[in-house]
Design a protein around this ligand. Structure first.
Ligand code: ASP
Length: 309
């Protein structure tokens, strides 16, 4: 593998993503958005840019797209509000930044990066994260800006069925990216609205460093999506890293082993992994996962359903 070999993979959530539940319009819009996000990250890597910049750029495109459960279009809490979570990690230094329960920041991943770069902390949550966002001069929007009609409808449907449940089946579209740049550095980022009908205050795996997001130049970079409670209990992202680094497992085998563990606990979902050796893997235990990948050799693939690439 030549040192200048860069790779990038993104996801836009795993779930019951099947042809007969997807309109042609939604499919076209989702594929186009995945392609735009992929191209935004790939352009940075092709230009010799950093993996950290590439994952941030790719995630940012999907946060603004209402088809995905991150930023605008986020899954709503039981109360009907958006509480956003995001994380980013730099594999070269293992610096990391994360935010949870952010309510007014247009790009939660940009805020997670600001926590990493402009605060002494790794993880800020709730009103403290909102306050830091103002200090960091991150772009602010009203909470209603994140709310779409489709997410409102999903929340109402859920509450009509069972007011006590939160629904991992209605959450598709958490977004994430992993990359290896031409200098051999890795990075990962994840951004989400969480799960539909979640309790006020609930935080899933996505912003938790080592659960939904992880990067270490010695092994791999990982972004997870799925039923967050189970990914948290599996320590999923760090567990994939540990298997690669300590047992010599391939990134694909490590991903399969950890998804099997998540499944044994009762959860489903998917992961994308970029290896230090330039390899990429994506794995999911759901019928589909929004996903795309590109690399220096000219590979470019956008996929949604289980039977594609
Ligand atoms: N893992 C996210 C969470 O539990 C949801 C998802 O990936 O769709 O917050």
């Amino acid at each position: 593998m030549s040192d200048s070999h860069w790779t990038l993979a993104i996801h836009g959530g795993a779930g019951v993503i099947v042809r007969d539940r997807t309109t042609p319009e939604a499919e076209a819009a989702i594929r186009a958005a995945l392609g735009r996000a992929l191209d935004a990250g790939a352009a940075i890597l092709a230009d010799g840019g950093a993996a950290l910049d590439a994952v941030a750029a790719a995630v940012r495109v999907l946060e603004d797209d209402p088809h995905f459960n991150a930023g605008r279009g986020a899954a709503l809490t039981r109360e009907g509000t958006a509480e956003l979570d995001a994380a980013i990690m730099d594999g070269a230094t293992r610096r990391a930044g994360a935010v949870a329960r952010v309510s007014r920041t247009r790009s939660p991943v940009a805020l997670a990066r600001a926590v990493m770069e402009h605060s002494p902390h790794v993880f800020l949550a709730g009103v403290g994260a909102d306050a830091f966002s103002l200090e960091a001069e991150a772009e602010q929007v009203d909470n209603g800006w994140f709310v779409t009609d489709e997410r409102r409808r999903q929340r109402e449907e859920l509450l009509a069925r069972n007011a006590d449940a939160f629904d991992v089946e209605m959450k598709y579209g958490t977004v994430g990216a992993v990359a290896r740049d031409a200098a051999g550095h890795l990075a990962a980022a994840t951004s989400t609205g969480g799960v539909t009908g979640k309790r006020w205050g609930r935080i899933g795996d996505s912003p938790v460093i080592g659960a939904g997001t992880w990067a270490d130049d010695r092994s791999c970079a990982i972004s997870c999506t799925g039923a967050g409670e189970f990914f948290l209990r599996a320590g999923a992202a760090h567990e994939i890293d540990a298997r690669v680094r300590l047992t010599g497992a391939t990134i694909a085998d490590a991903a399969d082993q950890v998804l099997a563990d998540v499944r044994a606990l009762g959860g489903t979902g998917g992961v994308i992994v970029a290896g230090a050796d330039g390899g990429l893997a994506w794995r999911f235990t759901t019928p589909g996962m929004h996903r795309a990948r590109a690399s220096a050799g000219g590979e470019r693939l956008v996929a949604m359903f289980g039977d594609e690439g």
